[in-house]
Design a protein around this ligand. Structure first.
Ligand SMILES: [Zn+2]
Length: 290
């Protein structure tokens, strides 16, 4: 069989990232287009069409249905209600559309953890997303919106979350979550990269903010262990990278706090794919289709 032309595309609110079947990687800045539906779709189509791929996996940041419709994307309003699969499928091309972190979880399983029975990916950056792969299959839920772990509530009437609710895991465990914790402690606004920087220098309130965020990270992962009993938990995302200096004993902390049976069953890993984790997952979806 001739080699099929395939690619993985990760559509985010700032960049679109592409991984080709030959390993080539590309990154396109799209943040200036996220509120302009026509311009955004034109750019997505240009990026996807390039090289005339026959199978395309698409990972998209948002609530995505099993039919390929982006029901709602808080960071890319231009995609709200768009049937991406229909829009991108032409001339017999096959397009598989999935929530970005679910695709990322599938990529982690496909490339690194095929011996895992239940793999959970938690991605922490601007927001907090999660994906679950059970026996090698992404778990989508009935409509495609499973694993919105970022919006499971840890504090009733707690910190404001971008989803409109209060006290969500994401409201504490994300870049803006850390900024909110710091503001609550000091009354001042500081960018999350600055908070991490001065925390590393030992500044007391910044360090305390990081510790509070880590505490919520442990609680959220513990809840996920109790819900899904995974054998792998993989962490990814910009905030995970930034907080690495403090994450050395995270696995142990979760194990201490969680119920013994699920606690002894899991191991914690860090994604080695960096910012291309979701695009690689999308490529894995395309590869799997073949
Ligand atoms: Zn929320």
């Amino acid at each position: 069989m001739a080699l099929r032309r395939i690619k993985g595309v990760d559509i985010g609110g700032t960049f679109v990232k592409v991984v080709h079947h030959d390993g080539r990687r590309e990154k396109f800045y799209v943040h200036h287009l996220v509120t302009d539906r026509e311009a955004f779709l034109r750019e997505i189509k240009r990026i996807v069409d390039d090289g005339r791929p026959e199978v395309v996996g698409v990972a998209v940041a948002g609530f995505t249905s099993t039919h390929g419709v982006v029901d709602r994307s808080p960071n890319i309003p231009a995609l709200d209600g768009v049937n991406l699969r229909e829009f991108l499928e032409e001339d017999g091309r096959k397009v598989i559309v999935m929530n970005d972190v679910t695709a990322g979880a599938y990529g982690e399983w496909f490339y690194h953890h095929t011996d895992s029975k239940v793999l959970l990916l938690v991605a922490i950056g601007t927001g907090l997303g999660a994906g679950l792969v059970i026996d090698g299959r992404p778990f989508l839920g009935a409509c495609g919106s499973a694993l919105e772990l970022g919006h499971h509530i840890l504090e009733k009437d707690g910190q404001q979350c971008h989803c409109g609710r209060r006290g969500c895991w994401e409201a504490y465990c994300s870049s803006y979550g850390l900024e909110n914790i710091y503001r609550r402690l000091t009354g001042e606004h500081l960018h999350h990269t600055e908070i991490v920087k001065v925390a590393l220098q030992g500044e007391e309130k910044a360090l305390e903010s990081v510790q509070i965020m880590l505490d919520y990270m442990v609680t959220g992962i513990m809840n996920a262990l109790h819900l899904f009993n995974p054998d792998r938990v993989v962490l990814a995302g910009g905030m995970v990278e930034a907080l690495k200096p403090w994450l050395g004993n995270l696995e142990e902390e979760v194990r201490k706090r969680a119920e013994k049976l699920p606690a002894n069953c899991f191991s914690l890993h860090f994604s080695s794919e960096g910012e291309f984790c979701m695009a690689l997952g999308a490529l894995a979806l395309a590869q799997d289709h073949i």
